[in-house]
Design a protein around this ligand. Structure first.
Ligand SMILES: Nc1ncnc2c1ncn2[C@@H]1O[C@H](COP(=O)(O)OP(=O)(O)OP(=O)(O)O)[C@@H](O)[C@H]1O
Length: 494
C-alpha cells in the first residue's frame, strides 16, 4: 500500500467517508471477530444520567429495555422539574437499535441540540439527550476480546483487558467516538500507526482495538514495553537470539517480532528506546525482515507494527533523542487518545464499570456512589487518567465494604483534587507536563505513597497480632474479607 502523508492525524482519516456512529463502530468490532453464521455479540449500552441534582447514575440498557423519563414519580428516570412533562420521553433498546421517543411532551426532547416533539429518533454512542435540567448520555462499550497467547511471548506482553462482570471498553465521549471511528478505518490498512496520549489514557486499549478490528484479529497481539529493558536485552527480546549468540544464551529464543507473526506488535513507550536500537528497528521496519542475534538467516515478517508513547516525539526529534527517519517511518498515521479530563462524559460510566469489576472480584454486589462522591470523582483532574481512576475506585470499593461509597472512601488525592481546576495539557506531552502525575519529592505519586502506607499498616497490624488475620482486620477497622483482598493485592505472605 502506498505511504500516506506523515502529517495526517486522527482528525483527518485517509479517505473522505462520512463519519459513523459509535454503535456502528461497536458492531463492526464485533463483526470482525465472528465467524460467518455466528451470532454477532452486541456492544454493552448504558445511559449516563444526571437528573439535575448533581448526582450521576448509570442504567444498563439490555435487549427489550424501556426506560421512562418524566415528572411522574414512578418514572425510571424521575426529573422533578416543572419544565418536564409527567410522561415526557422513553428510551428503548431493540437488538442493537436504541431510540428515544418523545411522548408528546410540552417542551420537547433535545437530542444533540435538535428538539424532538412527538417523534422517534435513533440514538448512537455519545448522543446527548436533554430534558429540562436532566442530561442523559448514551454510552456504548465494545465487548472485551478473548486473548490467545502467541508462541514465545513473555507473560507481561499479554496483560489482557478485564473480563467478566463489567468487562468491555467505554466509548461514550464524542472525542473517543471519533478515535474509534478512525480505528475502524485504520484497522483495514496495513500501515504503521503511532498512538499518542498521556500515561494511563488508554493507548494500549486503542492499539488492541486496532488489532481486533483488523483482518489480523485471528493472529497474536503482542506488546513490548521499550521502557522496561536495558538496550542489550531489548534487542534480544525484539529480534530473538540463537543458542550461544552471547554469554548466557543457553538456547535459541524467539523474539517479539517473530512471536507477532500474522498479528500485531505494539511497541509501547517507543519514546524511551535508545538511539542505537532505533537504528536497528528502522532497518527491520524498512526491510520487513529480521535476523536473530548470532544468526545469519533472515526471517520474512508479516507483522503490523503499532507504536505508542506519552512523549511528544516531534520534540524528542528536535532534541536529538529520537531519530527523525524513524519518526517518519512510524508516524504514517497518528492517533491521539484524549486525556480523561477531556472525556468527562465517560467518568461516571467508567466509575461504575470499574466498581463492578472490583466488587465482582471480591464476591460482592456493585456498590452505589453517594452524589457527593460522584461529584468529587467527576471534578478531579485525573493526571494519571483511567489507570488512576481505576485505582481510586478500587480503593473506595474496598474501604466501603459493600456499602454506599461516600467521599471519605475516596483517596485523599481525589478529594483534594476536586477543589482545584483541571490543568490544561496536550496529548502526547512529556511526563513533566501537566498531563503527568504530580512530581513528588519523596518517591512516587500520591496514590503510590498511599498504597505504600496502606501496605505498611497491614504488615504492622499482622505483626502486632501475631499474624492472626481476624484480629489484624479488627485492629485496622476493616472486614477480614477486605484484609484478604489487600493481602493478595500487595502480595503480602499469609
Ligand atoms: N475505554 C476504556 N474503557 C474501560 N477501561 C479502559 C478504557 N481505556 C483504558 N482502560 C483501562 O485503563 C487502564 C489504562 O489503560 P491503558 O493501559 O490502555 O493506558 P496507556 O495509555 O497504554 O497507559 P501507559 O501510558 O501507562 O502505557 C487499563 O486498566 C485499561 O484496561
Amino acid at each position: 500500500m502506498a505511504e500516506q502523508d506523515p502529517r495526517r492525524q486522527a482528525a483527518s482519516p485517509p479517505s473522505a467517508e462520512p463519519p459513523r456512529a459509535a454503535a456502528e463502530v461497536a458492531t463492526e468490532l464485533d463483526a470482525a471477530e465472528s465467524a460467518p453464521g455466528e451470532r454477532t455479540p452486541q456492544g454493552q449500552a448504558s445511559l449516563i444520567i444526571r437528573a439535575g441534582d448533581g448526582a450521576a447514575r448509570v442504567i444498563d440498557l439490555t435487549e427489550g429495555d424501556v426506560v421512562a423519563i418524566g415528572r411522574a414519580p414512578e418514572s425510571a428516570v424521575h426529573v422533578d422539574d416543572p419544565r418536564v412533562s409527567r410522561n415526557h420521553a422513553i428510551v428503548a433498546r431493540h437488538g442493537d437499535a436504541i431510540e428515544v421517543i418523545d411522548c408528546g411532551s410540552r417542551n420537547g426532547t433535545s437530542v444533540n441540540g435538535a428538539v424532538l416533539r412527538d417523534a422517534v429518533r435513533p440514538l448512537a454512542g455519545g448522543d446527548v439527550i436533554r430534558i429540562g435540567p436532566a442530561e442523559i448520555v448514551v454510552a456504548i462499550a465494545a465487548p472485551a476480546p478473548v486473548e490467545a497467547a502467541p508462541p514465545g511471548a513473555a507473560p507481561e506482553a499479554l496483560e489482557g483487558p478485564p473480563s467478566g462482570p463489567g468487562a468491555g471498553f467505554v466509548v461514550a465521549d464524542e472525542a473517543m467516538v471519533k478515535v474509534f471511528q478512525v480505528v475502524q478505518r485504520l484497522a483495514r490498512a496495513q500501515t504503521t500507526v503511532l498512538v499518542l496520549g498521556e500515561t494511563g489514557a488508554g493507548k494500549e486499549v486503542v492499539s488492541e482495538q486496532l488489532h481486533r478490528a483488523s483482518p489480523r484479529a485471528g493472529g497474536p497481539f503482542v506488546r513490548l514495553s521499550c521502557a522496561a529493558l536495558p538496550e542489550a536485552l531489548l534487542e534480544s527480546e525484539l529480534f530473538g537470539h540463537e543458542k550461544a549468540a552471547f554469554t548466557g544464551a543457553d538456547r535459541r529464543k524467539i523474539g517479539y517480532f517473530e512471536a507477532a507473526q500474522g498479528g500485531t506488535l505494539l511497541l509501547d513507550e517507543i519514546g524511551e528506546m535508545p538511539l542505537a536500537m532505533q537504528a536497528k528497528l528502522l532497518r527491520v521496519l524498512e526491510s520487513r525482515r529480521v535476523a536473530r542475534i548470532g544468526g545469519t538467516q533472515e526471517i520474512e515478517l508479516d507483522v503490523r507494527v503499532v507504536c505508542a508513547t506519552h512523549r511528544d516525539l516531534q520534540a524528542e526529534v528536535a532534541a536529538g533523542r529520537f531519530r527523525q527517519d524513524l519518526y517518519y517511518r512510524i508516524s504514517t498515521f497518528v492517533l491521539r487518545v484524549p486525556p480523561l479530563r477531556e472525556r468527562r462524559a465517560e467518568i461516571a460510566l467508567l466509575v461504575h464499570r470499574f466498581a463492578q469489576q472490583v466488587a465482582a472480584r471480591m464476591g460482592e454486589r456493585a456498590p452505589r456512589f453517594a452524589p457527593a462522591a460522584m461529584q468529587a470523582l467527576e471534578a478531579h483532574a485525573w493526571p494519571g487518567n483511567l489507570r488512576e481512576l481505576r485505582n481510586a475506585v478500587e480503593h473506595a470499593v474496598v474501604l466501603a465494604e459493600g456499602g454506599v461509597i461516600e467521599v471519605e472512601h475516596l483517596p485523599a488525592s481525589v478529594v483534594e483534587g476536586a477543589e482545584g481546576a483541571a490543568p490544561p495539557a496536550s496529548a502526547g506531552a512529556p511526563p513533566s507536563s501537566a498531563g503527568a502525575p504530580p512530581p513528588s519529592t519523596d518517591g512516587g505519586t500520591m496514590p503510590a505513597r498511599l498504597a505504600e502506607l496502606e501496605k505498611r499498616s497491614i504488615e504492622d497490624a499482622l505483626a502486632a497480632e501475631g499474624n492472626n488475620q481476624t484480629r489484624a482486620a479488627k485492629r485496622l477497622g476493616i472486614s477480614r474479607r477486605a484484609l484478604l483482598y489487600k493481602l493478595d493485592k500487595y502480595d503480602i505472605r499469609r
